[in-house]
Structures are given as C-alpha cells and as structure tokens.
Design a binder for this molecule. Structure first.
Ligand code: ADP
Ligand code: ZN
Ligand code: ZN
Length: 677
C-alpha cells in the first residue's frame, strides 16, 4: 500500500510512504522517517499503485516504509482534509501545519473516559423562553430550512448575529437552537472564548445535554482531548463546546456552529496557522450549507459592518431577563478629581457605601497599559502619526516618538503642539500597587485579585470566582478576565480604575477594544437588581470610545468608528496581511525585512499588471514592531494593504516560494491580523 501523507513541516507538498499492512486508511496517523527524524504523518490518501505525479517525485523503489501505524481508527475525516487544504491556502501555511493544528496531539485515549464530567454538579435550570428569544430561534432555523428546500443557498441567510446587551439571555437562545438542531439528528459546535472564563456556559451545556456533550479545551491533556475527539467522531457526543480550535471538531452531520462573544480576541490564533475561528466557521458552514450564529453585546466592527450591509442577519434581544436593568454609569474626569493614589475620593466614597450595604464591588484594571505615550497635561492632547492616526510611542533611548505602522517618527516636543503648554509628559498607569492602595483604604474588606498570573495555577481562577459569588470576598480586583460572561447576584458597584489605558496603544483597534471592554465590564453590574452602578475614571472622558460606552450608545460608536476606519483605510474597508521578521540578531531582522520589502515591491509591479480588477497592494514599512522585542527576538514588520485579500495571498504565496528567509530569521505570516503590536 502507498500512503500519501502530510507532515507538520514548512515544506510544501505531500509525502508518500509504503506500508506492508492493509490496515492503514485515510484519517490515520503513522510514524515515518523524515530526513534523519522520526515524525508523525497524517494519511490523506491510500492506494495500491503510485500515481504518475507521485512517481515523478520519488520512484517506487526509493519509497520508504512507514515505521508504524499510530491509530486503530481514523482521527480525522475527509471534511477536515478539505478544511486543512483551505486553511493552508487562506493562511499561507502547509497543509501538514494546518492539519496538525486541528488534531489533538494525544497518542492514545484515556481509559478514564469522561472522568472530567463526573465530579461536576451542574446547577443549570432551563428557562421558558421569552418572546424575543423564541422569535430569534425561529427566524434563524427557519431561514436555514428555506434555503435547504429551495436547494439554493442565497448566501444571505447562513450567517446570523444575536445582538443584545449583556444579560439579555443570549445563552438560552444558543442552547434552544442547539437543542432543535440535535433533535433533527445533526451535531452542533458551540465556541466560547478561552475556557475557564466561561465555566457558566459550559455548565449550562453539560446540564442541558448531559453525556451527549463533549468539552475541548486547553486544560485537557493530549490524550484527554483525543478521548473527547473520538467520542465526537463516533457520534457518542453530538454537541461540542470548546475554545478556538473546537471549530475543527470532527462532528459527523454537523448542523450548526455557534460563536459566543464573537468579538473576543482569543478566537484568533497566535501561532501558525494564524487562523480566526470566525473565518474558519464561515467557510465551514458555507461548504455544508448550515447556519452560523454569532452573538455578543459588543460585536466586532467587522461583524457590525457586515450586519449593516446585510451579509450577516441581525437578531436583536432588548431586555434583561433576570430582573436587572442596565446600570447607571458615571464618568469621573480625573483631571478635576481629588486623587490620592489611583482611586479618587468620589470612587472611594462609593466603595465605602456599597460595602456598608453588604454588597460587592469589582474594580477593573486594564492590563494593556504597557506603553508610554506623549500627553499634554493641560489640554489632554496626544501626538498621533500623520499618516496612520494612531498614537505615537515614546522610545526613550532615541528620544523620539515613533509610528509602528509606517515608521514615521518625530523628536519629542518640549511643548504641546496644540496649546503651547510646557506641562507635557508621558502617561501610562502602573497596576501593581493598586491592590496595596485598596487594602490600605479598606483594611476591613476582604480583597482578592484576578489577573493572568492566577491562570497559571490550575483551578485557581474558578476558586476565586466561586468565592466572590458566595460572598466570601468583598472587593474583587481584576483585569480583562472579570469582563467576561460572569454573573454575580450580589454585585452592586463596578469601578473602572482607568478607562484610557488601552486607548493609546498604537493599534487601529484601540478604540474598538476600549469601547467593548467598558461596555462588557459595565454590564457585570445590575444583572439581577435594577440598582447597579458603574463609575468610570478617565483622563479623556470626551473620547468617543469612553463617552459613548458610558451612554451605552452603541449605534453612535459603531457609526463613528466605521467612518474613521474608512478615512484611514483600515478594516473592514481594507484588508491587511502582516509579515513579521524576527531574529535574535537585530541587524539580520532589519536587513531581511528591507530586502523582503524590495522583493515584494518588485513582484507586486509584475503581478498588479496582470490583475483584471486593477486592484493594487500597498506595502507599508518596514518598521519595528511596537513590541520590538519578544523573548530576545527583534521584530520588524511589513504591512500589506489592499481592497481584497486574495491578491495579497497570491503575492505572499509567490514571495515565500521564491524567497528563502536567511537562516536565523523567522517569518511570521498573519492574514487578517487583529492586532499590529
Ligand atoms: P447574555 O449571554 O446575553 O449576557 P445570559 O444568557 O447570561 O445573558 O442571561 C442573563 C440571565 O438571564 C441569566 O441569569 C439567565 O439565567 C437569565 N435568563 C435567560 N433567559 C431567561 C428567561 N427566558 N427567563 C428568565 N431568565 C432568563
Ligand atoms: Zn496642550
Ligand atoms: Zn504611521
């Protein structure tokens, strides 16, 4: 038997081996010799004879035998082979790299089977759906049937968006839709942001669907994942809940994909292939002609735009169903507040009176506050790049302010270019000492803190969240993590220590992220009682991302953000492709990125003339990445921009076949980057 395989290597093409055993089939993994190494290969085809193409690469007598077959049963399907081929073309990696990122690395399933189910007491109660919830499900699923019976997919009714303020009962709609799809004998994939933060949704899915549910998340070992994976393939589990990579789950007869908290950045992979689960889901549902439901209180700007154009159908939920109301939000302009430390007198008073009522407080710190930017303390002016409209970052050793999109730089001004004041400096907020400040101000309160560090200890996050829920903690300090999907009945006050930190990042999504974070954090208050309160501290309360979030004016924010994106030519009005060259050798990273830029320019001149639609690709940079050094690697970037993505994919695809990156330099390819840091 000849087995055609792909491997997790950056070498394109397939690799053919020989097997004495007839037991090997497509979808299995085998161990093979590759160069001097022993590697795992994924079998994508088997045959008794060599094809001409295969023989041309390697004559029959030179073909090497496999070492052994790893799996007894296939661990991936034809559909996944097709999907991996699409991922490799879209995200510009090899098919083997794509396939290997989709499949659990475990060798053998655990005997324990579904051990991680048993110790759970799930406290889920099913609600009677409200009229709005009922209507949303009906619209989403009937649309789908229409297109099925008419035999033509109109394209417009496959993508759905459940848009509704925090606490409007989106989860119940997802579960209801899943239930109906399951009743038709089809399977469901339910995606949630990083697991651990969304325990409530997992509990709900398990509570509702019991043993027909499978959970895939990064907390599982490779073999635990493989066990779940096999339960999915053999139809024992029909609804899969999981983080980003669960979008690849091998569900037979898939009937629905759900993406909860669609705006969440954890849906984008940080490694090769840098895929976005939303993009993969859109491709997968289109191939299968099944619906996709996304949902969020704060859709991504792209999704909002697609709802405007009608490419995604919007379904709106307007009511808070658990007895709460949207909280009252007040903004404190810190330039006019009395401050001792980071918590103003007014916020301190509010915390004190909330604690006196025996209610709880969440204080939110934005973790993305690591850069320094130029700010006038008199008028609040910040220096932005003249080409890109993003804040310039201060580089201390050069004494310059630099743009990380295009490389533009200016020397540090000694006075404010706007008002002439000499009272200028650099802003940026330390987060480390806020906990000390809280403890000092409220010595009797029980204070706890949740940030990325606690994620490292297993079960720590759940423990802290449970303690807060039970009322064992009075004040919870937290970063991004407290913003996500948590419901705390006794929570009354949410204080945002500084709303601005993320706003000044040199990234075109800075406003979008700040806005969505504020709306999500504010949404934690008032879910069960109509007396929730939110206090937002800010130095620039007039910025739309802050003022419109505080007024809960969603339409106005998206309208103005879209207008801004159109003016500066950023997504969704243009597509981007980012190349990062990293190397331990600074000079090498710089040289490689500038010769890459030259080659890309040259290729673009050739290829542009052949494009029928006359589209062009702009090549920005090279420039140093805002995160100019990560793990002792220097980073340089090139940013490609065009009206559509496929010419850029073609250009870069040709670039990587014709240009070999020198040794010691690694090229990261990011199609549709969500950040440019
Ligand atoms: P979202 O996902 O939109 O933020 P959730 O799904 O968390 O909102 O729902 C918010 C609260 O409303 C939850 O406590 C949930 O149990 C409750 N809820 C949802 N649907 C209903 C309903 N039909 N009737 C009563 N309560 C509901
Ligand atoms: Zn000024
Ligand atoms: Zn610029």
């Amino acid at each position: 038997m000849y087995v055609e395989t792909v491997l997790n290597v950056p070498v394109p093409g397939t690799f053919t081996y020989y097997s004495d055993s007839q037991d090997v089939t497509c979808g299995m993994r085998v161990e093979v010799p590759f160069g001097r190494r022993k590697m795992t290969a994924f079998v994508i085809a088997v045959s008794d004879t060599l094809s001409e193409a295969q023989a041309a690469i390697c004559p029959a007598d030179k073909i090497k035998p496999i070492y052994r077959i790893i799996d007894k049963e296939p661990v991936f399907t034809e559909e996944l082979v097709e999907l991996s081929s699409w991922v490799s073309r879209y995200y510009l990696c090899t098919q083997g790299e794509a396939l290997s990122s989709m499949i659990p690395s475990g060798r053998r399933g655990t005997d324990a089977g579904q051990s991680f189910f048993e110790d759970d007491e799930t406290s889920y109660t099913k609600h009677t759906l409200s009229d709005e919830q009922e209507m949303a499900i009906n619209e989403i699923l009937s649309d789908n049937q229409l297109s099925e019976t008419s035999g033509s997919s109109t394209g417009n009714n496959k993508f759905h968006y459940l848009y509704g303020q925090t606490g409007s009962g989106k989860t119940e709609v997802f579960l209801g839709a899943a239930e109906r799809v399951l009743a038709q004998g089809k399977g469901v994939i339910y995606l949630v942001p990083e697991i651990g933060l969304t325990q409530q949704v997992i509990d709900a899915v398990k509570g509702r669907f019991g043993p027909t549910a499978a959970v895939l998340h990064s907390g599982l070992t490779g073999s635990q994942r493989l066990t779940e994976w096999k339960r999915i393939m053999n139809r024992e589990a029909r609804v899969v809940i999981g983080a980003r990579s669960a979008v690849f789950a091998p569900v037979p007869d898939l009937g629905l994909i759900i993406i909860d908290e669609e705006h969440d950045s954890s849906y984008k992979s940080g490694n090769t292939p840098r895929y976005h689960a939303r993009q993969v889901a859109m491709h997968r549902v289109s191939r299968l002609s099944i619906p996709l439901i996304m949902g969020s209180a704060t859709p991504s700007v792209e999704a909002w735009h697609l709802m405007d154009t009608g490419a995604i159908k919007k379904h709106t939920l307007t009511k808070r169903l658990a007895g709460g109301a949207m909280p009252e939000i007040s903004v404190l302009d810190l330039s006019h507040e009395e401050m001792s430390g980071c918590i103003s007198e007014r916020l301190t008073d509010e915390i004190r009176s909330t604690l006196a009522e025996k209610r709880q407080v969440i204080l939110f710190l934005n973790r993305r506050g690591f850069t320094h930017f130029f700010r006038c303390r008199t008028c609040g002016y910040e220096l932005k790049c003249k080409n890109c409209s993003v804040a310039l970052t201060y580089h201390k050793n050069e004494g310059r302010l630099r743009c990380h999109y295009c490389g533009y730089s200016v020397s540090v001004p000694s006075e404010c270019p706007e008002c002439g004041s000499f009272d200028v400096g650099y802003a940026g907020f330390g987060t480390e000492f806020i906990e000390d400040e809280v403890r000092a101000k409220f010595p009797l309160a029980k204070v706890d803190r949740i940030d990325t560090d606690v994620l490292e200890k297993k079960g720590e996050l759940q423990k802290k969240i449970a303690a807060f829920k039970k009322g064992e903690t009075d004040i919870l300090l937290g970063t991004q993590m407290v913003a996500k999907g948590l419901n705390f009945p006794n929570l009354k006050l949410v204080g945002v220590i500084l709303a601005d930190t993320g706003l000044h990042l040199p990234d075109f999504r800075a406003s979008e992220r700040t806005f969505s974070l504020l709306v999500q954090v504010a949404g934690r208050a008032g879910r069960f009682f109509p007396d929730g309160k939110v206090i937002v501290q800010s130095y620039c309360p007039e910025r739309p991302a802050i003022s419109l979030a505080c007024r809960n004016d969603m339409n106005a924010f998206y309208a103005q953000e879209l207008q801004e994106r159109q003016i500066i030519g950023f997504p969704p009005f243009a597509r981007l492709l980012r190349l990062v060259f990293r190397s331990a050798d600074k000079q090498k990273a710089e040289d490689t990125s500038s010769s890459a830029a030259d080659i890309l320019e040259k290729l673009e001149r050739q290829m542009a003339s052949q494009r029928k639609d006359g589209s062009q690709i702009e090549i920005l940079g090279p420039a140093e990445c805002p995160l100019s050094m990560i793990a002792a690697n220097y980073r340089q970037q090139l940013l490609l921009r065009s009206s559509s993505v496929s010419p850029m994919q073609q250009l870069v695809s040709r670039f990587i076949t014709e240009y070999k990156t020198p040794s010691g330099v690694y090229c990261e390819i990011d199609v549709d980057p969500i950040t440019i840091l």
